[in-house]
Design a protein around this ligand. Sequence first.
Ligand SMILES: [Zn+2]
Length: 162
Amino acid sequence: MITSPSKHILLTPEMTPADKPFCLECNEIADLKVERLQPVPVLLGKASEIIVTCNKCSKSNTFVEVQLDFEGIPVPKFPLGNIVTTRGVIAEIPLLDTMKALLQYSQGDWGILCDEDKAANDAALRDGDRILAAYLDRNSTKFWIITEWDRSVTTLLLPEEY
Ligand SMILES: [Zn+2]
């Protein structure tokens, strides 16, 4: 039997795949208010934030639904390897903000670096050195993205986790 892969992936704030939105506090799946925000471009297609508010415990959590589109997306300028996100980034940075930054990063937009460091990354693209870029999330919390010189691993981390 041939099954085609799903075009949608729903992720909890901790980046765990989920079948449908649920309350992370009490596991409620029925009594929820679900609000979907405008999709934005990300590395694998487009992603929408889904704000899930539980009517039982009134906790709100933000899920992210990725609509995979491998044809419509820009090609990364360099291989990212395995993408690893630290605990600190998962806890502090909204998932969609990390996804948006990864798209920028893959296109050679180095975020909030000074011109000298941006030029060093441009040179690293040519020479095969390590790449390090810095971004701010919606709350102005800074995080870094680093790709090792052999392009095997890309890590998203907080500066204090370095
Ligand atoms: Zn709840």
